[in-house]
Ligand binder design. Structure first.
Ligand SMILES: [Zn+2]
Length: 499
């Protein structure tokens, strides 16, 4: 008989230091869909739900489509929004249960006003409804802060293995495969997690350079996965901008209960590797004057653009997407034939909409959420385009997925095409420019607010990539953050001696 499997996605990477709470409207700006809307939106996409749908077809499951919700990283999820998201799974279980299995796509670094460990609380609530025997597999972001509760209530934890994250689909198929094995009676699963006394490590999870601690950790994990009864090993770099007890790198292992002690030995070995390599980094942030000097050099004869990441204002890590220090430095330096995405500033867009395309307008641009990261820029420019900001990702990341920047304006200020958006969104895709009439390949300088995901689409077209530190919210200067709940002692904030 066909197995009934519930699938759902509830995602948020919560920067607890952000002053912007995350409410339902933030989900509506990215996506918030229920029931039959899941296959409509995700079939054919390289996403987790896309993977669950294909796996369900292959295994002949009857799907219970619950909810798919994602919002740009920002501050804590409001209590009301969190209730709504949880109900998207729990109420469906009440109405459409029982089910034989559950596949959940979670982030693993979600914090609500009421739950520091939102995913752990969700999984515990699901367990209370379905009991211990129904298998639950979860996919997680590689930047998850995995709690003991998550490992207690999930049967399988499968995290992305790429950063930029381009294996969402594959990990979902893997998770669904394990759920199927349990439902068919071929496997039993146990799950454990362990973490070093470290806030930072795993080179922030970077895999794209093909070298570095994360690459080595994943290779070692893959070797261990060849052993009998070791079904999946997930290495998480953690999400550091989160003041919760388990923040930081961890390893989760999914295994047969028959090889429990071996699984613990493997965990200890990988955690020890994270600790030993905690100071190794493959990317170095450069100060703004260095980034501007590189832009000043101009073309090097390749005809390709220089790509600068405004990495510490990455909306993909909870940055406000409106900080101005880097943009101001480029304008002051007289850089031209450049494009910059985004400055999130609905008020300036409204002025542009009233004036229309082709008009010259004066605005106080950006710097509105927290001017400590750069005051608004008083500037005059030409409105080059006004769009609804909707686009479908070219990929490789999120290939095929439709998202929206909200009403969007391109403002040309002295030769820099600034993409001014309504929604806070990391720039990872060429369509962020193309859909607004800018061909990034024709520019001398491209600036994206992103710390690393931009590399998947933009590194191949660049002559050089620079990661700049504009001193914004996603700084790696951990001692600048007022951690209160984080477990202590922890490196690099404290002296840590291992026993
Ligand atoms: Zn991530």
């Amino acid at each position: 008989m066909s197995k009934r499997v519930l699938i759902a996605q509830i995602m948020h990477e919560t920067n607890t230091f952000s002053r912007l709470l995350t409410a339902e409207d933030a989900y509506r700006r990215r996506y918030l869909v229920h029931g039959d809307e899941l296959p409509e939106k995700f079939r054919g996409t390289r996403t987790e739900i896309g993977g669950f749908l294909d796996a369900a077809d292959r295994f002949g499951w009857t799907l219970v489509n619950a909810i798919a919700a994602n919002a740009t990283p920002s501050g804590k999820v409001t209590a009301e929004c969190w209730q709504m998201l949880k109900a998207g799974v729990l109420d469906v279980l009440d109405k459409e249960g029982p089910v034989d299995g559950i596949c959940l796509a979670l982030h693993g670094a979600m914090v609500s006003e009421t739950d520091d460990d939102a995913e752990g609380a969700l999984l515990a609530a699901i367990r209370r409804k379905i009991g211990r025997k129904v298998p639950i597999a979860i996919t997680l972001d590689l930047h998850a802060n995995v709690s003991d509760e998550m490992a207690e209530h999930a049967d399988a934890i499968i995290a992305y293995r790429t950063y930029p994250h381009i294996d969402l689909y594959e990990r979902a198929v893997q998770a669904a495969g394990l759920v199927n094995e349990v439902m068919e009676g071929r496997k039993e699963l146990a799950c454990s997690v362990a973490r070093p006394p470290s806030l930072d490590g795993c080179d922030h999870g970077r895999t794209s350079a093909g070298v570095g601690p994360m690459v080595d950790l994943l290779a070692k994990a893959a070797e261990y996965e060849k052993e009998t009864g070791i079904y999946a090993i997930s290495v998480h770099a953690g999400f550091q901008w989160s003041d919760i007890v388990p923040a930081g790198p961890s390893v989760a292992i999914t295994y047969s209960p028959s090889v429990g002690s071996r699984a613990q030995t493997i965990l200890e070995d990988l955690v020890s590797d994270i600790w030993e390599t905690r100071e190794e980094q493959t990317v170095h942030y450069v100060p703004l004057d260095e980034a501007v000097a590189e832009a000043r050099k101009g073309q090097d004869g390749t005809g390709k653009p220089l790509v600068i990441a405004d990495a510490t204002d990455n909306p993909g890590g909870g940055g406000y997407g409106d900080t101005t220090n880097l943009l101001r430095a480029l304008l002051d330096a007289g850089i031209t034939n450049a494009c910059f995405c985004p400055i999130t500033d609905p008020a300036s867009i409204e002025i542009g909409q009233k004036a229309g395309v082709g008009a010259t307008i004066s605005v106080e641009l950006g710097g509105k959420v927290d001017p400590v990261f750069g005051a608004p820029i008083s500037c005059t420019g030409v409105v080059k385009s006004l769009t609804d900001g909707k686009f479908v990702h070219d990929g490789p990341m999120w290939k095929g997925l439709a998202m929206s920047m909200g009403p969007t304006m391109v403002l040309d200020v002295n030769g820099i095409d600034i993409v001014v958006t309504t929604n806070r969104q990391q720039t990872t895709d060429h369509q962020a420019f193309l859909t607004n009439g800018i061909d990034p390949k024709t520019k001398d300088v491209i600036v994206v607010k992103s710390s690393h995901h931009f590399r998947a689409a933009f590194e191949p077209i660049s002559r050089k990539v620079i990661v700049a530190d504009s001193g914004s919210l996603c700084s790696h200067n951990w001692s600048a953050f007022d951690f209160k709940k984080l477990r202590r002692p922890i490196w690099p904030l404290d002296e840590v001696t291992l026993s």
